[in-house]
Write a protein that binds this ligand. Structure first.
Ligand code: 3HC
Length: 310
């Protein structure tokens, strides 16, 4: 499996694909932090969005989250014009509808973007079902942090219309989107995804379908090495955080970032990579991380991780 990490994947673009599809309507599956953040940014840039999750209560929470994030955005953007700010929020929210029926939502959309739990089987089942419901032109994309897009796409018949769009938390603030093409993604699809990322106001980078793409492949081992350094007794978490903020200019220290991203997410990513490449010391497990996750201390979202939150 080690070869998976070093293998250079070449995208063989379809020569018949001439034009990229303009994405006007997007279905986002998953109303968690990432899904809601992507929905917010898409709606704020004039796209029609349907946000899908399994229950109305999750969707209501997601819309509330979008509203409070939008309030933070307009506080700066419309500092002198609070009424225009309120108008902007209402306009953005009008572009968002919600649904608990993914297949019905997928029937009328240009793009289905998934931001659900990091579980390959669940993602494969979802896309396998949606493949039968969505029109032919609809592009499918995953926001996976660590799983191969090729594997996620394998239950569909639209391998040429399948790619990755990887966003960063908090989506309204982070300026990057990684655009991932597999060996089967057509040039047309890849261009559509790139253009969509740009239409959201983000800077895009092109990535191969390798684990963690660019950012997570560098960031996650860095955060894990910070935990190991602390486990070895070579620095308190507070000092390591201060050191990386003031010495390297990072906006957050590694422990603050671990808590922000979610310790469960980081552990899941590392466990997956360690399984694929067990001899790679960068993917070595951390007892402290495993202990915190086993105790349900996932970080900011549960009120405690490496730090405690009110
Ligand atoms: N929505 C809207 N605005 C927001 C926001 C949000 N969710 N979060 C922060 N802001 C804006 C607001 O204007 C806020 O001012 P306010 O508090 O008066 O409303 C302003 O940013 C400053 O925020 P904070 O005071 O909370 O703190 P910071 O100045 O440190 O900025 C940050 C917050 C942008 C999150 C910054 O700390 C940062 O960039 N941290 C690093 C984040 C990072 O590395 N993300 C990537 C994680 S990896 C990932 O997501 C991939 C996945 O696959 C795991």
């Amino acid at each position: 499996m080690a070869s998976f990490f070093t293998h250079q994947l070449c995208r063989s673009f379809s020569s018949t694909a001439l034009r990229s599809v303009a994405i006007k309507h997007v279905v986002i599956i998953g109303g968690g932090q990432m899904g809601a953040g992507i929905a917010q940014v898409a709606a704020a840039t004039g796209h029609q969005v349907t946000l899908v999750d399994t229950s109305d209560s999750i969707l209501q929470k997601a819309v509330k989250g979008m509203e409070s994030s939008l309030k933070r955005v307009v506080k700066k953007k419309f500092a002198d014009k609070p009424e225009a700010g309120e108008e902007f929020i209402q306009k953005v929210l009008k572009n968002v509808s919600t649904s608990t029926d993914a297949a019905a939502a997928a029937q009328h959309t240009d793009l289905v973007l998934e931001a659900i739990v990091e579980n390959l089987q669940i993602k494969q089942d979802l896309f396998g079902t949606l493949d039968k419901a969505a029109p032919e032109h609809t592009i499918f994309a995953s926001n996976t942090s660590s799983l191969p897009i090729t594997d996620i796409a394998s239950t569909t018949t639209r391998l040429d219309r399948f790619g990755g769009l990887h966003f960063f938390n908090p989506v309204p603030m982070m300026k990057l989107v990684e655009v991932i093409g597999t060996s089967a993604t057509s040039q047309e699809t890849f261009d559509s995804l790139l253009n969509f990322g740009k239409a959201l106001g983000k800077t895009t980078v092109s990535c191969k379908d390798t684990p963690g793409f660019i950012v997570n492949r560098l960031l996650v081992p860095y955060m894990l090495e910070a935990i190991r350094l602390h486990e070895r007794g070579h620095g308190s978490k507070e000092d390591i955080d201060i050191a990386m903020k003031l010495g390297a200019g990072y906006p957050m220290g590694p422990f603050e970032l671990l808590d922000y991203v979610g310790l469960d997410t980081c552990k899941f990513i590392m466990d997956g990579w360690s399984q694929m490449d067990p001899d790679n010391p960068l993917f070595a497990k951390s007892q402290l991380l495993n202990k915190l996750v086993a105790e349900g201390k996932f970080g900011k979202k549960t009120g405690e991780g490496f730090y405690k939150y009110k």
